[in-house]
Design a protein around this ligand. Structure first.
Ligand code: HEC
Ligand SMILES: [Cu+2]
Length: 502
């Protein structure tokens, strides 16, 4: 390192140390360096905890007319959830859902941001908020290993609707797994009032299987590189906004949609079938940029705000008007408007079913009924002892194969383990005592002191990377071999424990 750079860095760190030592400036080096008379010191601001909401909900309008110090606690969690009927995906999320929790602050607010990466996460994550003025948008200061938290702060000097996303390598993969959301920085005097506000984000998923291929799907890096997503969806899943989950409004309401594109790659031609946007705040800025708009273009990593009044009842379909995406890949949602007809504005009856096919109410009802029947079938199978026994025997053989890919290396092929190092699975009182705990051990690993059959162990078992079925099978094998007779484990039980995230 050259000496002048070295001494400049040292000078910079002394400034930071001094800043930290001054009581009034403890909260923020940033404001200490601000121009005199610019903003009040963060330490003098009233403190608020940010209300975070799950899509399609938006936190309440900010009514205060002064800046505040707003504390945001956002937790990263890796969770298996529904991508489409019968299709699951390991989503990486901000707050447990895709898109991530909606954050709302006011222009001039001092934001103290805490990013917490859940202990069950497999990889580190961070956050780049486009609302942050500063290198990386917070990414470098928020790099957080599993089980850790990091903190940084910024002043929201620019009002607008901003995307946030993970910027940990490989960045396209983190975003493609669902790591994006939005932060709204309300202008000082707020946006014009409306009756309903919604939060919708588009993003694509690069699954190894084709669109609709059932089961837990993995991320396919080649498809991502070639930009060939089998899924392009609103709010993280096919049908996230249809049927019972549709957006709701009443005739006469002024509706606002905060719409963003997480991507990572595909832009959106955002359109609501049967509506005209009265106002578009192009690219998520705060100036109305156009009136009477049919379709607005939203870039990847960008946003838009659209306002429109709903004049007649019916179902209005949200789409990416690159329509194969809507009709074949999932980018389709609904706004259901109830209230009196206005024959002057629109005379016809609803004819959704003819063109939206599977996403129509009839299709939605069919998927719901199908799910009920599948559950009923599984229940019937489970309660038939003959089928249950055959199922268990199949599980045991499959589980043995799983056991022989990893577990045996430590716990030994005969399940006896190694004295003082690897605990036994044969006749293990630890295993016997708690089935749910055993599932957790396999999914999430185990470390620290434990006692098995009266002997102490204090070692580390890494989490085992298997599907729900494989975990169920291997535990069923372990629980019914070497003299163990402990019943079975189902994939459903494993899924529940995996989703638990505790
Ligand atoms: C790299 C070595 C290693 C592998 C591979 C491994 N384990 Fe473990 N396992 C351990 C260690 C070490 C412990 C004890 C951890 C501690 O001391 O806290 C343990 C504990 C357990 C326990 C709880 C203690 C007991 O004896 O009942 C169960 C159950 C278990 N492992 C099952 C499995 C299964 C099933 C697999 C394969 C899917 C597996 N393990 C793979 C090392 C391993
Ligand atoms: Cu990430």
């Amino acid at each position: 390192m050259n000496t002048s750079l070295h001494s400049r860095l040292r000078a910079a760190s002394i400034v930071l140390l001094l800043a930290a030592a001054l009581p009034s400036a403890r909260a923020a080096e940033g404001t200490v360096l601000a121009q005199p008379g610019a903003a009040p010191l963060a330490a003098d601001l009233p403190v608020e905890l940010a209300v975070l909401t799950e899509a399609p909900n938006v936190p309440p309008v900010i009514t205060r007319r002064h800046p505040a110090k707003v504390i945001v606690n956002l937790e990263v969690r890796e969770v298996v959830k529904r991508l489409a009927d019968g299709v699951e995906y390991m989503f990486w999320t901000y707050g447990g859902n895709v898109p991530g929790s909606f954050i709302r602050v006011r222009e001039g607010d001092f934001v103290e941001f805490h990013l917490n990466n859940h202990p069950t996460s497999k990889v580190p994550h961070n956050i780049d908020l486009h609302a942050v003025t500063g290198p990386g948008g917070g990414a470098a200061s928020s790099f957080t290993a599993p089980g850790h938290s990091s903190q940084f702060s910024f002043t929201a000097i620019n009002p607008g609707l901003y995307i946030y996303h993970c910027a940990t390598a490989p960045v396209p993969m983190h975003i493609a797994n669902g790591m994006y959301g939005m932060i709204l920085v309300d202008p000082k005097d707020g946006l014009p009032a409306v009756d309903r506000e919604f939060y919708v984000m588009q993003g694509e998923f690069y699954t190894t299987g084709r669109h609709g291929e059932p089961g837990l799907q993995n991320f396919d890096p080649m498809k991502a590189e070639d930009e060939r997503p089998p899924y392009i969806v609103f709010n993280g899943a096919v049908g996230a906004l249809v049927g019972d989950r549709a957006l709701q409004a009443k005739v006469g309401d002024r509706v606002r949609i905060y719409f963003g594109v997480g991507g990572p790659n595909v832009t959106s031609s955002f359109h609501v079938i049967g509506e005209i946007f009265d106002t578009v705040y192009l690219e998520g800025g705060i100036m109305p940029s156009q009136r009477q708009v049919q379709t607005t273009m939203v870039p990847s990593g960008g946003s838009t705000i659209v306002d429109f009044k709903v004049d007649v009842p019916g179902t209005f379909i949200l789409v990416d008007h690159s329509l194969s995406r809507a009709f074949n890949k999932g980018a389709l949602g609904m706004l259901k408007v109830t209230g009196p007809e206005n024959r002057l504005i629109y005379s016809g009856k609803e004819v959704d079913e003819v063109y939206i096919g599977q996403a129509s109410d009839a299709g939605f009802a069919a998927s719901k009924r199908e799910a009920e029947l599948v559950a009923a079938k599984e229940k019937a199978i489970a309660s038939n002892p003959q089928i249950a026994n055959i199922t268990k025997d199949i599980q045991i053989e499959r589980g043995k194969k799983v056991f022989l890919t990893s577990c045996f290396a430590c716990h030994m092929a005969n399940g006896e383990g190694l004295p003082g190092v690897f605990p036994p699975l044969a006749n293990s009182d630890y295993l016997k005592a708690d089935k749910e705990r055993a599932i957790k051990v396999v999914l999430k690993g185990l470390s620290g002191p434990i006692t098995v059959n009266g002997k102490p162990y204090n070692n580390l078992m890494p989490p085992q990377e298997y599907t729900d079925d494989q975990v169920a099978d291997v535990l069923t094998y372990v629980m019914n071999t070497w003299g163990n007779a402990l019943g079975g484990v189902t994939a459903t039980e494993v899924k529940r424990v995996r989703g638990d995230n505790k």
